[in-house]
Design a protein around this ligand. Structure first.
Ligand code: HSE
Length: 416
């Protein structure tokens, strides 16, 4: 690849990111790339480029000896996997942004890279423009890194920002915020992937792989989305000097790894509380470097294309992921326990059904019952209450819970 005078690209998909990439490549002539052909599905859609540049037959791209690199930017995870597999088997280098496909098919994709020896890069799959995967892969030794956490879904962060700011229609602040995120091109084509926390869970799988050498299945990420949030929850947090954020987290401690995506009540003094709109942030905790924070745009055409561009540039010097930590960390045990200290709100019957080991505070606001406590992770009822529709859950730091106005039961008196 490094000997090629130009990098010849076969592009799959011409949506928000595909068009962003076309733009970005046009503005970076120093990279010396050429898009040979673009494979798309929809024959009726009007295209902004000459029609001769498009094909509807994936084999034309996959078998084209002029194509060095296949860039896969389509939506359908199953079709994307077949493209990536066939491209690697055809001897092409591959770049993808499809976090769902990669996180769901990790073992096969690792094996394909091993057997074909071809590079497969996917920086754009996690946190858009933030350079995190190659950073985790090359810079941080896994013994020194203890956690990777952050905001890795632009759609929900954009929605949570609007809900917290109280923008828009009081009655449908959630629906309005989602619609705007869709219009801006941040949301997945099926936005339940964003609001139920699947999209950040896929990204968490990739953070666990490159940060700690752990292969997780997306279902092993303890996951709760924001679809049950109401404005009252955002107000509850604001009254206590805090903000609700959807936080993805991978923590390794004493031979155990836990991965989660949970709404979290973050004190406003924390850097993550200030990361708003579609911005993403990744915070690393390492033994001697201590805490570090990377912030940048996590969704949208240009920012996501910037990460694809960086992968293309890396291919020019034959870069590939080495997955060194994967070999080193085979003994880690995966923890899938539900959250400890939490805030929950919803209908009184649902909130009262949560099994607790400790009640810290409780009250009512805007017709909803809320509770702060420590949940009983081992109770058989946990699965049912944790997944209950309409019940909003958030992890909460104890200093947030006790800092609020009255309506609280003293911690010791209330313990059950
Ligand atoms: N739907 C994703 C998000 C797109 O909102 O972050 C970028 O991965």
């Amino acid at each position: 690849m490094s000997n090629a005078s130009s990098l010849r690209i076969g592009l799959f998909g011409f949506g928000v990111v595909g068009q962003g990439l076309y733009d970005v490549l046009g503005r970076t002539p120093s990279l010396n790339t050429r898009i040979e052909r673009i494979c798309v599905r929809d024959r009726k859609k009007e295209r902004s480029l000459p029609i001769e540049l498009f094909t509807y037959d994936k084999e034309i791209l996959l078998q084209d000896p002029n194509v060095d690199v296949v860039v896969e930017l389509i939506d359908d995870a199953e079709a994307a996997f077949h493209i990536v597999r066939d491209a690697l088997l055809a001897g092409k280098a591959v770049v993808s942004a499809n976090k769902r496909m990669i996180a769901s098919r990790l073992p096969e994709l690792l094996e394909l890279q091993r057997t074909t020896g071809r590079p497969f890069l996917y920086e754009a799959a996690v946190a858009g423009s933030i350079p995190i995967l190659r950073n985790l892969e090359e810079y941080y030794d896994n013994d020194l890194l203890s956690s990777v956490q952050g905001i890795v879904n632009g759609t929900t962060n954009f929605m949570l920002t609007r809900i917290a700011e109280g923008n828009g229609d009081e009655k449908d602040v959630y629906g309005e915020a989602l619609k705007l995120a869709q219009q801006k091109g941040f949301a997945e084509s099926d936005p339940t992937m964003d609001v139920e926390g699947w999209d950040p869970a896929f990204k968490t799988v990739l953070l666990a792989l490159h940060g700690f050498g752990v292969v997780l299945r997306p279902e092993q990420v303890v996951r709760k989305g924001i679809s049950s949030i109401r404005r009252a929850d955002a107000r509850w947090a604001a009254e206590r000097g805090a903000t609700i954020k959807l936080i993805a987290r991978v923590v390794v401690n004493k031979g155990r790894v836990s991965a989660s995506v949970l709404p979290t009540v973050v004190p406003n003094t924390d850097h993550l509380a200030k990361v708003n709109n579609e911005l993403n942030a990744v915070q690393l905790q390492a033994a001697f470097a201590d805490s570090q924070l990377l912030v940048g745009k996590g969704a949208g055409g240009g920012p996501t294309a910037s990460a694809v561009l960086s992968d293309l540039s890396a291919l020019r010097y034959d870069y590939r992921y080495s997955y060194r930590k994967l070999a080193a960390n085979t003994g880690l045990v995966v923890d899938t326990e539900r959250i400890g200290t939490f805030y929950a709100s919803g209908a009184a019957a649902d909130v009262n059904a949560i099994p607790l080991v400790k009640l810290i505070a409780q009250g009512e606001a805007e017709g909803l019952r809320w509770v702060v406590g420590v949940s009983d992770a081992r109770s058989p009822k946990m699965e049912e209450v944790f997944t209950k529709a309409g019940l909003f859950w958030a992890e909460v730091a104890p200093e947030v819970a006790i800092a609020g106005p009255a309506v609280q039961v003293a911690l010791d008196e209330a313990s059950v």
